[in-house]
Design a protein around this ligand. Structure first.
Ligand code: ATP
Ligand code: MG
Length: 424
């Protein structure tokens, strides 16, 4: 009871606290780094009498010196009001209703200030109660994500101590971390995602809460958690992210078989391969962005060890058909405890894993049919990542790359099975 009252008082105090306002000289975000469409959206909302700011990831990335992935806007206007103001707006989401304003391929996400219940002790199923700007930042996850930027005055508005945490390179929950993780356990994955992406230190209380709350992750929607994992695999920071996921015990909760493999054999082969994948993504040296490619990179060392185990038991090499079944089996038992993989993703990942054996075993000249295989190109990309990490595979990669280029030049490869952009 006393505890609840204390939380309420803190909440009320925070709500009535004046924010720290940082002018351009302090934060140094130059106006030309900000998306003109996001500014346009903010101006139009303000002209209609609403409050509106840039918020979240975009402001954080600029303060940390990273190029922002996207720009989100937070406003006092309600979703219907936003829709009426912008012809190019659509409303989406039930759990979290917001507007998407489209400019060509670009989408500016505009959400209404939420009151949330920043200290409520239950799982959040819906979050559609409108509030003030102070309440809106208090219901956000981490202090670094709770900053507003006002393009008109070029100021950063900070109710949560996010600017000082960015300076100190600290990741801290807004509010009581254990409560915030109970409300939405996906925040634990987000914590490790930001830790991996920006090399931030986790604050002590947030760290303790993570340790105590990790088992709650399975109360979240499997689809939402899968989406976070897949996004991180393709983010260019998959190596450090999966390393943190393992270190903090969340991998044991989500993918127990893979965690067991890391523990009994070693996480190193997988982490090394993920790091090579990260480097190739960062340097824009991969031609394909396909989620199955990312997933097969996560699984390949585990799969190789599994095939080796069966071969040792049988005392003979598996033939390609058996390798394909082994791949499908491994994917199933790795993901089934918690996730349901979409069929297409599961099927392509299985093919990519087993095709690695096909590449190693088949003589190139006997494999004229392979370049017509729709999965050929992705298989080659997977081999490229492996060869990047293990130079002994470079000759095999070069031979298959040549076979593929030859097939393309002879028009043997249907356009849809070719890379959309060659960036080598
Ligand atoms: P990214 O760069 O990966 O997009 P992001 O922080 O922008 O990171 P989004 O999912 O785009 O992540 O969310 C935008 C903002 O919404 C966040 O910065 C944060 O303020 C808030 N937010 C997102 N997810 C949550 C959550 N689960 N709980 C509380 N606040 C959240
Ligand atoms: Mg974002």
């Amino acid at each position: 009871m006393t505890l609840l009252i204390t939380f309420d008082i803190i909440h009320i105090l925070l709500k009535t606290l004046n924010p720290n306002i940082y002018p351009l000289d302090d934060h140094g975000i130059s106006a030309d780094k900000i998306d003109p469409h996001a500014c346009q959206v903010i101006e139009r909302l303000k002209a209609a009498g609403h409050k509106a700011y840039l918020v979240g990831g975009g402001v954080r990335d600029l303060l940390l010196g990273f190029p922002p992935k996207d720009f989100d806007v937070s406003t006092s206007a309600e979703p219907e009001e936003i829709r009426l103001l912008f012809r190019n707006a659509i409303l989406i989401g039930r759990r979290f209703r917001l507007a998407h304003i489209r400019f060509g391929k670009k989408i500016i996400e505009v959400s209404t200030f939420r009151a949330g219940e920043s200290e409520a002790d239950t799982l959040i199923v819906r979050d559609n109660i409108w509030g003030t700007e102070e309440e809106d930042v208090l219901r956000r996850d981490f202090t670094i994500n709770g900053l507003f930027y006002d393009p008109a005055t070029q100021t950063v508005i900070d109710y949560v101590g996010g600017v000082s945490d960015i300076e100190k390179k600290v990741l801290r929950s807004i509010g009581t971390p254990s409560t915030r993780f109970r409300q939405d356990p996906v925040r634990m994955i987000r914590l490790l995602k930001f830790g991996a992406r920006f090399h931030l230190e986790i604050d002590e209380k947030t760290f303790e809460a993570l340790f105590e709350s990790k088992h709650l992750i399975k109360q979240s929607s499997p689809a939402r958690v899968l989406e976070e994992l897949l996004r991180m695999l393709e983010s260019g920071a998959a190596g450090p992210f999966f390393s943190l996921l393992y270190e903090h015990g969340l991998l044991d909760e989500l993918l127990p078989e893979l965690a067991q493999f890391f523990r009994t054999t070693s996480p190193e082969p997988s982490l090394r391969l993920l790091k090579s994948f990260d480097t190739l993504i960062q340097e824009k040296l991969l031609d394909a962005t396909e989620r199955a490619l990312a997933l097969s990179i996560l699984l390949l060392p585990f799969f190789e060890s599994y095939v080796q185990l069966i071969e040792e038991q049988k005392n003979k090499p598996l033939h390609l058909g058996q390798i394909t079944s082994a791949a499908n089996h491994l994917i199933h038992y790795t993901f089934a405890p918690f996730f349901k993989l979409p069929n297409r993703l599961r099927a392509i990942t299985g093919m990519l894993l087993s095709n690695q054996y096909r590449f190693m075993r088949k003589a190139v000249k006997a494999a004229v049919k392979i370049p017509r295989d729709p999965m050929f190109f992705l298989t080659l990309e997977l081999l490229k990542v492996r060869a990047y990490q293990d130079p002994s595979l470079e000759p095999v990669f070069a031979v298959w790359q040549e076979a593929f280029d030859r097939a393309v030049s002879k028009d043997l490869v249907p356009p849809k099975h070719r890379p959309s952009r060659r960036r080598r």
